[in-house]
Design a protein around this ligand. Structure first.
Ligand SMILES: [Mg+2]
Length: 175
């Protein structure tokens, strides 16, 4: 027990930052978009709205955000079992880094690593399991990848080392 190591992505896995981003965009413009319409990992490509990706750098997106219910359940399960887990996340601005760190600390998560875009890569190879939502990481070097299914990552071919999960709670039977 306690020997398994897990890397958890933050955006799209632990927090619904896409939903928060779309809410933030709606407040600014009155244009309502639903997460189910976002069928490309690149929100600008999915929506055709130029400049919407800039919202990822805005602290308002993360200001009132918390872990999803599923994420809270998973984290407390990992903590109770003594599994080693680390949150790794790319950050788009110093302001969002502060908010993201706050969200994690408020949930008793102190083991996290942030990377600036263009500076460093996530360290998938260090972990027994990688939990992500980004479809681009399927080609990376990992031991076992679980991709949390979303409209923007849905149709890749699974293999022995890469599988989809429908909910975070599925992991309780898998790791
Ligand atoms: Mg993500």
């Amino acid at each position: 027990m306690g020997t398994k190591s897990i890397m958890l992505d933050m955006d799209g896995v632990l927090v619904d930052s896409l939903g928060a981003l779309l809410n933030c965009y709606e407040k600014d413009t009155g244009i309502k978009l639903s997460t189910s319409e976002i069928d490309n990992y690149d929100v600008e490509k999915a929506t055709g709205i130029e400049g919407i990706n800039k919202y990822w750098a805005r602290k308002e997106v993360y200001k009132n955000l918390d872990l999803t219910f599923d994420a809270k359940v998973l984290v407390s399960w990992l903590q109770q079992r003594g599994y080693f887990f680390e949150v790794q996340s790319f950050i788009e601005s110093d302001e969002t880094a502060i908010e993201k760190a706050r969200i994690l600390k408020d949930n008793g998560i102190f083991n996290f690593k942030f990377f600036q875009i263009g500076e460093g890569k996530k360290e998938f190879h260090r972990f027994d399991y990688v939990i992500e939502d980004n479809p681009d990481v399927v080609s990376e070097n990992y031991r076992q990848l679980y991709l949390l299914q979303a409209p923007y990552n849905g149709y890749l071919k699974e293999n022995r080392r890469f599988k989809y999960i429908r909910r975070l709670s599925d992991l309780i039977n898998l790791i």
